[in-house]
Design a protein around this ligand. Structure first.
Ligand code: M6R
Length: 632
């Protein structure tokens, strides 16, 4: 075996912006002596824990390519395969989490090119697919699905027809594609090879003897091999049964340096992390990239497809954001944006209060429903109430095809990928980013005075790197966690957007560690909660808003004067906060203050995670809680 060592998760993540983190869709590929169709189906089964809405397989049949695909569970695809029991020495397969186009048989992968000789599976998003599709339509191409993947298949097919090998065609086509994606191809012309390209979306190769495999995530490979090549960004592989060629994005040969995976399957499913929650926290740079993908054009303008037409945005006189738990907290940040950027009056409601509260609703208002699962019973009931009152509804949802996604007039998908840990982390960040994009979209339509959209989008695009930097403070966070783990009470405080984030920080702490928390705007402390402060109490402050920094520092002093300990999470580089607090975590700042508040949730998520870990809590399944609350 080569390179018999275990790479710690942090190194894997740091190496190429989340190299083994798999956000969406399952990818499988096999070439070798076994029945490839069985192997790739088995690989998909191993990836099933991540969630999907349809699945499909492409394999060689005679001199052509055969595709079988089906919406729904893998067992549906299994039934199709069972009818003919196909065999092939090479195959690719995919389980899809829909982004472009609903979860239907036709939209499922693989997709074929115009000749029908080339099949493609794909993870991620091709941002410029509509422009490419226009060009292909003009050149006579016809499309069966609504997917960006089919557009890419036709484009690669066109390049392939110009001559050369499949990998050469892929290199030429990839130069025309914008976005974050991975692509895997099987061709009837070169049936004994699989070619794949990685641009941000993860891909791993399993190196066997007389066989080679491909997957989006390590667990799929483990029954066959533990020798794994993790593709770097902008690289490709050409697999035959006896060889693995590793190439740069422009076709230069690269050394194949596999690593040896020692994890058991359960750990591999968590990308090598101890818990899904930690994996999901570390996925957030990629989650933000994925959420932004295709939604900001080259001139820095926001392009949200599938929302209301411009005249509707000009008519709306009020926004109500309705949600539960973490999603409600994302809504609180939405209120700041809508009111500050658009001067649009906005209320945020708990769904459970809204549904029984007989709310006063303007006929020109918009109701926004924020939900990771799209199935939360109270939020769904609130949505039904709005529909009965004929109020316009918009969903911000992670799970495509979920009840809320289906029932809202319009739905925007957060594209955060499946969130498995009960405690929500990456979904929150994606919800906030999508609310930001929505506010910017409306601002563009309304030509909001004094707002430079391109400044905002530039900073949004820079956010993944700032999140990565914030994640690098984990050692400091662990020191603070050691302090908090024995405390009887933990405050979460801030002002403005920092107060909204404090609510979410506190929810994470209580649900994971079971340590009681008090959360409030810092200015409210002296109106009551201050009575709880004494020696042994910790207050975590979000301190990113410069306009109120002096006030926040005064609030810190109030805590310390009563022998409480102050932990500050800040982007203040002047040293003011560091001098005032007992412990400080300083994050690299965005030029947009609002995004600094968003960033401050990253240390708070890590803090609650590590406190819970030190206390030996059941991190992915906190007591008394469920991931999706589908009953009242
Ligand atoms: O699926 P939803 O976003 O509608 O769920 C709402 C809440 O139940 C959820 O955000 C909950 O508060 C989190 N899992 C807590 O971490």
């Amino acid at each position: 075996m080569l390179n018999a060592h275990l790479v710690p998760p942090s190194k894997w993540v740091a190496r190429s912006q989340g190299s083994i983190i798999c956000l969406v869709c399952g990818i499988a590929g096999y070439v070798g002596e076994r029945n490839a169709v069985d192997v790739v189906f088995d690989e998909l089964v191993k990836l099933e824990y991540r969630g999907y809405d349809s699945a499909g397989v492409a394999f060689i049949e005679g001199t052509g390519i055969k595709v079988l695909k089906k919406a729904g569970r893998l067992s549906e695809l299994g039934k199709l395969l069972g009818e003919t029991s196909p065999t092939s020495r090479s195959a690719i397969a995919h389980s899809r989490w829909a982004t472009h186009g609903g979860p239907t048989d036709v939209n499922a992968h693989p997709h074929l090119d115009a000749s029908g000789n080339l099949s493609l599976i794909h993870n991620g998003i091709i941002e410029n697919y509509l422009d490419l599709k226009d060009g292909l339509l003009q050149r006579g191409h016809k499309f069966l699905s609504q997917t960006d993947t089919e557009v890419a298949a036709h484009l690669i097919g066109e390049e392939y027809e110009k001559g050369g090998t499949l990998e050469e065609a892929l290199i030429r086509a990839a130069k025309q594609l914008r976005g974050a994606y991975s692509l895997v191809l099987l061709s009837a012309i070169e049936p004994e090879k699989i070619v794949a390209y990685r641009k941000t979306s993860p891909l791993v190769v399993g190196i066997g003897k007389g066989e080679n495999l491909l997957a989006s995530d390590v667990p799929a490979l483990l029954p066959y091999t533990r020798e794994v090549l993790v593709l770097e960004d902008d690289t490709m592989v050409v697999l035959t049964k006896d060889s693995v060629r590793y190439l740069s994005g422009d076709g230069r040969e690269l050394p194949v340096r596999p690593i040896y995976i020692e994890w058991d399957v359960a750990r591999a499913e968590r990308g090598g992390y101890e818990h899904f929650m930690r994996k999901e926290i570390h996925e957030q740079p990629d989650v933000v990239r994925q959420c932004l993908a295709g939604r900001i054009d080259e001139s820095g303008q926001v392009r949200l497809s599938g929302v209301f037409s411009d005249n509707v945005w000009n008519e709306i006189d009020r926004v109500n954001i309705i949600a539960c738990g973490t999603a409600y907290h994302a809504g609180l940040l939405g209120k700041h944006l809508f009111e500050k950027l658009l001067r649009l009056p906005t209320d945020v409601y708990f769904s459970s209060e809204f549904r029984y509260g007989d709310p006063v609703l303007s006929p020109k208002s918009l109701a926004i429903f924020v939900s990771q699962s799209g199935e939360t019973a109270d939020t769904l009931a609130a949505l039904k109430l709005c529909k009965a009152r004929r109020i316009r509804t918009l969903g911000i949802v992670n799970v495509v095809g979920s009840s809320i996604a289906r029932e809202c007039d319009r739905t925007l998908l957060t594209q955060a990928g499946p969130e498995i840990s009960v405690a929500s982390t990456k979904a929150y960040t994606a919800q906030v980013i999508l609310l930001t994009l929505l506010a910017l979209h409306i601002a563009q339509v309304q030509e909001a005075p004094g707002l430079r959209i391109a400044d905002w989008t530039e900073e949004l695009l820079a956010l993944p790197n700032l999140i990565q930097e914030a994640l690098a403070h984990e050692d400091q966070v662990i020191q603070v966690a050691e302090l908090i783990k024995d405390m009887p009470l933990c405050f979460f405080l801030g002002r403005g957007p920092d107060a909204s984030v404090a609510y979410e920080g506190a929810l994470k702490m209580k649900e994971l560690s079971y340590i009681p928390t008090e959360e409030s705007p810092a200015g409210e402390m002296k109106h009551g909660p201050l009575a709880l402060v004494q020696s042994g109490v910790v207050a975590v402050f979000g301190a990113t808003e410069m306009a109120t920094l002096d006030k926040v520092v005064s609030n810190m002093k109030e805590i310390q004067a009563r022998e409480g300990t102050v932990v500050a999470i800040t982007s203040d580089e002047t040293g003011t906060v560091r001098k005032a607090a007992d412990h400080t975590i300083t994050m690299m700042p965005s030029r947009l203050e609002f995004l600094n508040s968003v960033l401050s949730i990253i240390p708070m998520q890590m803090l609650s995670y590590h406190v819970a870990r030190l206390l030996g809590r059941d991190i992915d399944h906190p007591r008394n809680l469920a991931k999706s609350v589908t009953v009242e």
